[in-house]
Design a binder for this molecule. Sequence first.
Ligand code: SF4
Length: 330
Amino acid sequence: MFQKDVASFDDMSNLPASLRTDLDRQYTLGRLRQIKRLVSNEGETEKYLFGLSDGNTVESVLMRHDYGSSACVSTQVGCRMGCVFCASSLGGWVRNLTPGEIYDQVLAIRRSTGADVQRVVIMGTGEPLDNLDHTLVFIRNITADYGLGISTRRITLSTCGLVPEIGRLANSGLGVTLAVSLHAPNDDLRNRIVPVNRRYPLAQLIRACGEYTLRTGRRVTFEYALIQGLNDAPGQANALTELLRGLNCHVNLIPVNYVPERGSTPPDPVTVRRFQEVLELKGIPVTVRREMGADINAACGQLRTVASSQRAASSRHRHHRHSRGSEWYR
Ligand code: SF4
């Protein structure tokens, strides 16, 4: 199941026939159904729409790098976190994925492309820490000898900042790379961009990240989506350096991807560079993320369920005209 990707118990020819019949009677061996595959212009990113057994759909992405292939997997159908720049929560939360459904996204991508997936980023639709139990089982299976044997160091889990669950993840002993979607240097602004900040404000979040680095020895990555006119000013870069002072971390600046109904616009390259320099001057390791797959809406914050795509399409006209202004403040 986990390595050979068999489609049915019947294919397990190393098992006695009677056992296969018993297994078939008592268990289901589900597989995702590939509905759509989009390949980006440059051919290095592929986005998949997979059908689940109950008729829901999820998206996953394959990214080919010089150093190997990464699969970006979803953990929920929809999302209830409501981050304002993100397409994934437009249709709301529908349900959690099972550990098998998360795992099968990796297998289905391998099946479709033959790619040898060496890294996994848990950054697709959904908040993985809002489905932590299933996500932990998935990580244990995919890193196990009986699984694909992917090192936990090559697994990155991205969260919008559920503080108690960051503690549970630290205690799990898995030591995966933690990536936190920060996007703002103060509570006022973050409350508006990442609503979960109202429950777990920055002071608590940063403390939890510090504890994560202490317990796991891993450096935390902070994702900061730069949005024109909202969080891209030099003063905000300064405030960010204050917030992260003394923390073993790395900042990933992501000029935001365009999501029409969210009204997000990326800053110009000079503004991005200026922001980066402020962080560099204070000695904070920082990179600007290279954009992959934006032409097929496979980039960060652009994944969505079919239901949300349809809903978004119907509201697009309404929002599109105002896409630069008040949109962010709803
Ligand atoms: S950024 Fe992540 S947590 Fe926030 S709404 Fe999108 S999928 Fe959910």
